[in-house]
Design a protein around this ligand. Structure first.
Ligand SMILES: O=C(O)COP(=O)(O)O
Ligand SMILES: [Mg+2]
Length: 240
């Protein structure tokens, strides 16, 4: 039961849901996994204000659910939107067998498989070994697949689904207009959700993420997320 405590929420204006990326957004910077204390405190303020918080990450589902547990978050978008876990049930927004694609990607010799791949289903992750790894992988998999870098790994998944697809699915499920879903992120894999929701990019986000956002924070990563929560709680975000 989400009782919206503050004035904007009671009036049915302002943000009702907060969808937040993990790596590069809740962390100290975009090249570490260390969580930002300021971000954790801001996340708790958002939740205490009655916002429904969803973790949206390129990481695998098992990994994301584990992190979400320690963040005090129950709902998760994983594998860049291919898997959505809401109210204890996992929904698959992607389909198809990725084994042949995986073989083609590894045959380029430009990447190493992420250890997470043994527990990932549709969005596979790779560590680049060559400067032009993204281009080589794109050439190997063809137009039916999306190849993007999160800054932490190269991701390959079936075309047509991204974090924005999953946010749109959540808007429907929660019965909330998408402009009242705040989405905060740092990288190219967040562009879809920054466009679908009321997008906020952290200060050190990629150019594509900043272009997709309604608002760009000053601070980097976790400090930028703290600013995003302040904007949300001020009632100035999630305008139509
Ligand atoms: O797993 C990654 O590559 C980055 O994950 P993120 O979507 O939480 O930034
Ligand atoms: Mg990120």
């Amino acid at each position: 039961m989400y009782v919206f405590l503050n004035f904007e929420h009671r009036l049915g204006v302002g943000c009702k849901v907060l969808v937040v990326d993990l790596d590069g957004t809740l962390t100290l910077s975009r090249n570490t996994y260390e969580l930002s204390v300021e971000a954790l405190l801001a996340l708790r303020r958002a939740r205490d204000a009655g916002l429904r918080v969803v973790l949206a990450t390129a990481n695998g589902l098992d990994f994301a659910l584990t992190v979400a547990r320690y963040l005090g978050v129950r709902d998760v978008i994983a594998e860049n939107g291919c898997l959505v876990h809401v109210d204890g049930v996992t929904y698959e927004l992607c389909s198809g067998d990725m084994s042949a694609v995986d073989r083609a990607v590894l045959a380029t010799g430009a990447v190493e498989p992420s250890p997470q791949n043994k527990c990932r289903k549709y969005d596979l992750a790779y560590v680049p070994k060559a400067a032009n790894a993204v281009e080589l992988v794109r050439a190997a998999v063809g137009p039916g697949y999306v190849v993007e870098s999160s800054g932490y790994a190269i991701h390959v998944r079936p075309a047509g689904v991204d974090k924005g697809t999953a946010v749109r699915w959540l808007c429907e499920r929660f019965g909330v207009p998408c402009h009242q879903v705040a989405a905060v992120g740092d990288s190219d894999v967040d562009v879809g959700m920054l466009e679908v929701g009321w997008g906020i990019a952290v200060g050190n986000a990629t150019p594509a993420a900043k272009r997709a956002a309604r608002y760009v924070a000053e601070g980097p990563s976790g400090l930028g997320f703290k600013e995003a929560v302040e904007l949300i709680l001020s009632g100035e975000a999630c305008t139509p």
